[in-house]
Write a protein that binds this ligand. Structure first.
Ligand code: SF4
Ligand code: SF4
Length: 157
């Protein structure tokens, strides 16, 4: 018999308390951090700061004057890594959402009657819009296995 995603314990572990799916997270995947690291390395190897300085003098390319900030931002992105999934010790160690679920002995916010109005979840609005709420509704209605096999939202306006 073929094993579906939902029967895979590793994938089940990827469902965070808040309804986000850790395997979709760029910090967990390390994609942004890897690309930023490699781009910085390439920029250093071609001494791009010199190119940016020269080009920045031309009105058409004046935005290259911001190159130092750009390089600094890329440096910040290199740090955006989260090796473990939320249930495995990853994410914010002081996350109020996880703490609340553990205190209430819930598998996740989808088991809580308050999730549609809970202010603790507001912290996710900036990065995720209402994606986590949509995921929580889906898990509550269809169960965790269907969620794993189906569409998982990361950002929804
Ligand atoms: S640390 Fe909190 S916000 Fe982050 S994935 Fe886990 S439950 Fe969600
Ligand atoms: S009150 Fe409910 S919805 Fe809010 S964080 Fe706690 S378990 Fe999640």
């Amino acid at each position: 018999m073929v094993e579906t995603d939902s029967q895979n314990p590793e994938k089940q572990k990827m469902v965070a308390y808040c309804g986000l799916y850790c395997a979709d997270c760029f910090m967990h995947k390390g994609t942004v951090a890897d690309l930023a690291r490699d781009l910085r390395k390439e920029l250093r190897s071609v001494r791009f700061e010199k190119t940016a300085e020269t080009l920045g003098e031309l009105s058409f390319f004046s935005f290259f004057k911001n190159y130092p900030q750009c390089y600094e931002v890329l440096g910040g992105m290199v740090k955006l890594r989260c090796k473990n999934a939320c249930r495995d010790g990853g994410g914010n160690p002081n996350c109020k959402i996880r703490r609340c679920c553990l205190k209430k002995e819930l598998e996740g916010c989808w088991e809580c009657d308050e999730f549609e109005t809970c202010s603790k979840l507001d912290i996710l609005k900036g990065n995720h819009g209402i994606a986590h709420i949509k995921n929580l509704k889906n898990i509550r209605k269809n169960g965790i296995n269907e969620f794993i096999d189906g569409k998982k939202h990361w950002y929804v306006k």
